[in-house]
Design a protein around this ligand. Structure first.
Ligand code: SAM
Length: 230
C-alpha cells in the first residue's frame, strides 16, 4: 500500500492547516526568516502595525484561511477571501462568493503591493503572474517566495497526516529560476535587488531548525524576490 496520498490542493491544505504552523517544516521556517528579517515592513501582520490601510488575504483552503483569521485575532483591517487563483481573474472556476467578494473589494482601490509566500509551487507560472498583474498597478511591488528549484527537483510540499500515517501531497510543480523570471517579465514584473536563495548550510546551522533539518544540509530550499511592476 502506498504511503503517499495525492489530494487536490485545497483539500490537502485543509488537512495540513491543523498542524501547518507546528509540524517543524524547515522551508516554512526559512520563509519566516526571509519575511521577518529581510523585509520587515512587508510582513502581513507588520503591515498593520506600520499603518497599512487595508489588507486583503486570499487562499483557496478554508482551513488555512481560518488559521489566519485566528492569528489576526479579529483584526478588522484584514478581509479574507476563499479564491482559487487558477480561476482568477477569468472567473472560469464559476466565480464563487469568495471570488466575487475579492473582486468587489478590489474595485476602486489602489493596491500598493502583493505578498505571496510559498504558493507559486502550486500554480502554473502564467496563472500566477496573470493574477498578480491584474491586481497590481504599475510601480506596485510583489514580494514572492517559493520552494527553491533545487529542492523542487528532489521534493515537493507535503505533510504527514498522523491520523492515517500517510504523507499527504497537494498538486505541485517545480519552477526554475529562468522560467520564473521569464514569465514574470512577460507580465511586466522586473526584479528589484537580488534574488535571495537560501538553505541549510551545515550541521550546526541545521540544529537551529529542529530534527527535520539535517536531511537538507547543503540543499538550496528557499527563494525570495521582490518585483516591481513596470
Ligand atoms: C505552503 S502554503 C503557504 C501558506 C502561507 N502563504 C504561508 O506562507 O504560510 C501554500 C498555500 O497556497 C495555497 N494555494 C495553493 N494553490 C492555490 C490556488 N490555486 N489558489 C489559492 N490558493 C492556493 C494553499 O491553500 C496554501 O495555503
Amino acid at each position: 500500500m502506498s504511503s503517499q496520498t495525492y489530494l487536490p490542493t485545497s483539500q490537502a491544505y485543509d488537512l495540513w492547516s491543523s498542524v501547518y504552523d507546528t509540524d517543524g517544516n524547515v522551508l516554512q521556517q526559512l520563509d519566516d526568516i526571509y519575511i521577518s528579517t529581510a523585509l520587515p515592513r512587508w510582513n502581513t501582520l507588520k503591515l498593520l502595525e506600520y499603518g497599512a490601510e487595508h489588507v486583503l488575504a486570499v487562499d483557496n483552503s478554508r482551513g488555512m484561511l481560518e488559521k489566519l483569521v485566528g492569528k489576526l485575532g479579529g483584526e478588522g483591517k484584514v478581509e479574507v477571501f476563499e479564491v482559487d487563483l487558477n480561476a482568477f481573474p477569468s472567473g472560469s472556476g464559476g466565480g464563487g462568493d469568495g471570488e466575487k467578494g475579492f473582486k468587489k473589494a478590489l474595485e476602486g482601490r489602489k493596491v500598493d503591493g502583493v505578498i505571496s509566500t510559498l504558493v507559486l509551487e502550486h500554480l502554473p507560472l502564467a496563472a500566477f503572474f496573470s493574477v498578480a498583474s491584474s491586481i497590481l498597478p504599475p510601480t506596485g511591488w510583489l514580494l514572492l517566495t517559493n520552494m527553491h528549484w533545487d529542492m523542487g527537483n528532489i521534493s515537493s510540499a507535503g505533510f504527514l497526516d498522523t491520523t492515517t500515517g500517510k504523507k499527504v501531497k497537494p498538486v505541485s510543480m517545480n519552477h526554475s529560476k529562468e522560467e520564473i523570471l521569464e514569465e514574470a517579465g512577460r507580465w511586466g514584473f522586473a526584479v528589484e535587488g537580488e534574488v535571495g536563495e537560501t538553505g541549510i548550510r551545515d550541521e550546526e546551522h541545521a540544529r537551529g531548525f529542529g530534527r527535520r533539518a539535517e536531511k537538507w544540509v547543503g540543499v538550496l530550499m528557499h527563494v525570495g524576490v521582490v518585483f516591481r511592476r513596470v
